[in-house]
Design a protein around this ligand. Structure first.
Ligand SMILES: Cc1cc2nc3c(=O)[nH]c(=O)nc-3n(C[C@H](O)[C@H](O)[C@H](O)COP(=O)(O)OP(=O)(O)OC[C@H]3O[C@@H](n4cnc5c(N)ncnc54)[C@H](O)[C@@H]3O)c2cc1C
Length: 356
């Protein structure tokens, strides 16, 4: 009989993992509390140009490749439009270009004129920018939903509005919910910022830092952006429906603010004013929606993926849109005992016991 797994969480990590576990032959039950999550508030940029170490870069580059393997599942939810980046000075651009070239990453430096040609609606352009041709973006909430539907086609079952209060270790791995206990051969905690409290219920410390973020969205407008833009005033992209998306904090991937000091409306007004400074927008366009999200950022910035007790496994990370699909493949391979030496080496820097 197939082995059973309970996956706590239906964000990008839970959804991608559910698909790979179901494909690997597990009987999958996904439990999701609902409410605010990081995935549906995400900027959705899929990239390996931001990274914390060469290993982390290689993992992120593998993340891009894993998304391509899912292309038939998320055909309309992921766009590979490339990224244009100039959120640093000339020396920073040269250094980033050299470092990424040394890692064999597709990057090229473009001139101001080339940038204007690629993005005709920019109001001002820097002397130079970097072009990351292989990068893309996901409509994260839609993509996670598509992955979950694909998991269901492979037999996964989803229980919504199920709040897990505790992880159980005996008589088998399991969880307590508001309706009672569910047991399985394996539990995977993919609960984003909800993970530490669940891990603590079995005495395991998964330290996350508090990283709240606002992200704004405009009403849909006619197409005016062709790439993900990483500018000194923030990261900007246009979704397929025409809305423009922008995390309110510039450089949000490395944003280290532990508190939000402005109210969401004031913060979005200020970000909108910055956006108007770089892009030619319709005069009457304003932000239409601002979302507050808690980002699941581990204490050292790196993913936390691996076993924490007999039958209990944790998967929590930032840049989970970039990394979700590749981590899901690695997790399913590891738990199905199909892990090879390369997969073991890939996961080695991210084990939860580094915090023990
Ligand atoms: C503003 C913003 C911008 C971002 N930009 C990017 C980006 O450009 N590129 C990128 O790669 N990443 C980005 N990220 C990070 C990325 O979105 C997250 O790493 C990713 O979405 C995390 O997915 P997750 O499934 O771990 O968590 P979540 O999406 O938060 O999902 C957690 C799930 O667990 C469930 N849950 C929690 N607690 C319980 C419980 N007790 N019982 C039952 N269910 C529970 C929730 O209901 C939910 O289903 C961004 C995040 C934010 C907020």
């Amino acid at each position: 009989m197939a082995q059973s797994v309970i996956i706590v969480g239906a964000g990008m990590i839970g959804a991608a993992t559910a698909l790979q576990m179901a494909k690997a032959g597990w009987r999958v039950t996904v439990l999701a509390a609902g409410g605010a999550d990081a995935t549906s508030a995400s900027f959705g940029w899929i990239n390996a140009s931001f990274y914390l170490s060469p290993d982390h870069h290689r993992l992120r580059a593998a993340g891009l490749a894993a998304w391509h393997r899912l292309q038939d599942v998320v055909a309309t939810d992921v766009v590979w439009q490339g990224c244009l980046c100039w959120d640093m000075d000339a020396q920073g651009l040269a250094q980033t270009e050299a470092q990424l070239q040394a890692l064999d990453y597709p990057v090229s430096r473009i001139t101001s004129a080339e940038l204007r040609q690629l993005e005709p609606h920019l109001l001002t352009t820097p002397d130079a920018a970097l072009h990351f041709r292989s990068e893309g973006a996901a409509q994260s909430g839609h993509a996670a939903a598509a992955l979950l539907r694909a998991a269901q086609r492979h037999g996964a079952q989803v229980i919504r509005n199920a709040v897990v209060s505790e992880v159980l270790l005996s008589p088998s791995p399991g969880v307590s919910t508001q309706w009672g206990k569910l047991m399985a051969d394996q539990v995977i905690l993919a609960a984003g910022t909800g993970t530490p409290v669940l891990a603590r219920s079995i005495g395991v410390d998964i330290p996350l830092v508090h990283r709240p973020a606002y992200i704004l969205r405009t009403a849909p407008v006619a197409p005016l952006l062709n790439h993900v833009l990483v500018t000194p005033v923030g990261e900007i992209r246009q979704e397929p429906d025409g809305s423009i998306l922008m995390p309110v904090a510039p450089g949000h991937q490395a944003d280290a603010a532990g508190e939000l000091v402005e109210t969401p409306d004031k913060a979005a007004d200020a970000a909108m004013a910055r956006l108007r400074g770089v892009l030619r927008l319709p005069d009457d366009l304003d932000w239409a929606e601002v979302t507050l999200a808690e980002r699941p950022v581990p204490q050292d910035g790196l993913p936390v993926v691996g076993p924490v007790a007999e039958g209990v496994y944790v998967a929590v990370m930032h840049s989970g849109i970039t990394l979700g699909p590749v981590m899901a493949e690695l997790i399913a391979a590891e738990l199905s005992q199909r892990r090879d030496n390369a997969a073991a080496a890939t996961l080695a820097p991210y084990r939860p016991d580094r915090f023990a």
